[in-house]
Design a binder for this molecule. Structure first.
Ligand code: SAM
Length: 273
């Protein structure tokens, strides 16, 4: 059931700091929020001729930046809404505690591990080849969620019956499996965008559309409003548009907003072909 809060008229992409922008939106008006903030790398993030600063005095400064923005997300979500926060090993453990405080630990849904393979081998530790996506319901039990299925069963002795349905012979007869494949778990193997991928839009730390399509399909319905307040190149908006969701969001970089708008225009041309 939708909340009775006033809905924002999407789509809107705003240029500016996300905190005042979020504060200007009505509470309970968003169904799904995906945040991909700077990870706290203490580097300039460069790529595709563009750059943005991910530089902080210390982890405390970084967390103090994030905290009020997470509080705003809590206020903005509809009772049925969900928040995804994309991080890596540097800050995921601290941010999880912040989110437990703001959302309540009981509303924790998942710590999704996005596993990818990129080049580079460390001689000092195992290769750090995953990001962490923390996922919280505004209200556990009322939140929107659809089970997604993908891949192949990794069960020994799987057979197919006359209609092609997968099953396993057991002492109690045939044990049938869902023909659509196994339900997705919290470990996602999805390719990282290579530097020469056709999907590259010229923004550093751009995420794959396939990742956002998964999140949006699982945690929203057609016509819902999806927000991204660190939108970068607008990956969330492209995925939302393809899936028939409304969307809104912002970025503090003018170049990022320009790229996001350009990607959406290309997307509109593509869908009108
Ligand atoms: C990790 S990137 C997002 C990448 C994006 N998910 C994509 O696929 O292109 C983080 C973004 O946060 C933006 N950003 C940093 N501080 C911000 C702030 N206070 N308000 C809005 N955007 C901010 C940066 O400009 C950068 O584009």
């Amino acid at each position: 059931m939708k909340s009775a809060a006033p809905r924002v008229k999407p789509p809107r992409i705003h240029h500016g700091d996300n905190l005042p922008y979020m504060a200007s939106l009505p509470g309970g008006s968003i169904d799904l929020i995906y945040l991909d903030p700077p990870f706290g790398t203490n580097r300039m993030r460069r790529g595709g001729g563009a750059a943005y600063a991910d530089q902080w005095r210390d982890i405390k400064t970084y967390l103090a930046f994030l905290y009020p923005r997470l509080v705003e997300c809590h206020r903005l979500l509809a009772a049925t809404g969900t928040l995804y926060v994309h991080l890596d090993w540097r800050a995921a453990h601290y941010v999880r505690i912040q989110l437990d405080t703001i959302f309540g630990g009981r509303n924790f849904l998942n710590e999704i591990i996005w596993h990818y393979r990129t080049g580079g081998v460390s001689r000092k530790w195992f290769g750090r080849k995953h990001d962490t996506i923390l996922c919280y319901a505004r209200t556990l039990g009322r939140h929107c969620f659809t089970v997604l299925r993908d891949g192949v069963y990794r069960t020994d002795g799987l057979k197919r019956d006359e209609q092609g349905r997968p099953y396993k012979s057991t002492t109690k007869g045939r044990l049938y499996f869902d023909a659509r494949g196994p339900a997705l778990t919290d470990v996602w193997d999805l390719p990282f965008l290579s530097t020469v991928s056709l999907e590259r839009a010229g923004w550093p730390t751009q995420k794959p559309v396939a990742l956002l399509e998964r999140i949006i399909t699982a945690s929203s319905r057609k016509g819902d409003t999806v927000a991204d307040f660190f939108c970068g190149s607008g990956t969330t908006f492209v995925a939302a548009k393809r899936l028939g969701r409304d969307f809104l969001g912002c970025d503090s970089s003018k170049a990022a907003v320009r790229i996001a708008l350009r990607r959406l225009a290309t997307e509109a041309e593509r869908s009108s072909d």
